[in-house]
Ligand binder design. Structure first.
Ligand SMILES: *Cc1c(COP(=O)(O)O)cnc(C)c1O
Length: 226
């Protein structure tokens, strides 16, 4: 099942990428493994899924020890008091949106001169239930974290509102892609607008068409979470 799902998904991602004038390999699939048990995750890894996403720190850390040779992405809320557990374990944090989290990363990294690659989460649709900085607050937030050597900004991320018809959230992706394109492409080592993480099982096609180069997909690979 997982193998079939991945194959089908990769085909769909490739089609969307080409339709949007890009190469299939320009879009990274992050397989979202939250609530999925280790044997099922191993099955996906065996089928070539090497970028895995978790939304909870404890779950990521637990699976980190059991599943080697993959790149872990933290895609969920980031409490400052848990950051110490993920330093050195994540390829990319998708959900940076508070100054306190950024400062804590910087503080922890200062010891060994390392850094954490992060995307800034933007709450494009300004939903109360979602985290992320608003589009209006983004420039100020980027400025505030610019001096923190332990935080490297690598792009932007958003979670669109849940809707039946993904066409209803196309504007969300288009809007963030526009913001992404207008930011400086690069400013030193600590700032590079490289990744635009948008799209989940229900809306990844529309997100890729609008410019996503990372999609985060769980249900379409592993089935519905209980
Ligand atoms: C759970 C989750 C996903 C994956 O959602 P699916 O609908 O299962 O594909 C993507 N992004 C974030 C931030 C999530 O929490």
């Amino acid at each position: 099942m997982i193998e079939q799902n991945l194959q089908e998904l990769r085909g769909q991602i490739a089609d969307c990428a080409r339709r949007a004038g890009r190469q299939p390999e320009d879009v990274t699939l992050v397989a979202v493994t939250k609530t999925v048990d280790v044997p099922h995750i191993r099955a996906a890894v065996a089928c070539g899924a090497h970028d895995l996403g978790e939304n909870r720190v404890q779950e990521l850390v637990r699976k980190y020890d059991e599943i080697p040779d993959v790149r872990w992405h933290l895609i969920g809320q980031l409490q400052s008091n848990k950051i110490k557990y993920i330093i050195g374990k994540t390829a990319l944090v998708h959900s940076l949106c508070t100054l306190s989290a950024a400062r804590e990363m910087d503080r922890l990294c200062a010891r060994d001169g390392g850094h954490v690659d992060c995307l800034v989460e933007v709450n494009v649709a300004q939903e109360d239930s979602k985290s992320g900085v608003t589009e209006q607050a983004l420039p100020g937030f980027l400025e505030e974290i610019a001096g923190l050597g332990g935080v490297h900004v690598r792009g932007l991320m958003t979670v669109a509102p849940f809707v039946e018809d993904p066409e209803q959230v196309r504007w969300v992706f288009a809007r963030l892609a526009n913001v992404f394109a207008k930011l400086p492409a690069r400013q030193g080592d600590a700032f590079e607008m490289k990744y635009l993480s948008m799209g989940m099982s229900g809306d990844f096609k529309v997100a890729i068409e609008e410019g996503a180069n990372i999609v985060r997909v769980g249900t379409a690979i592993f089935g519905h979470r209980s």
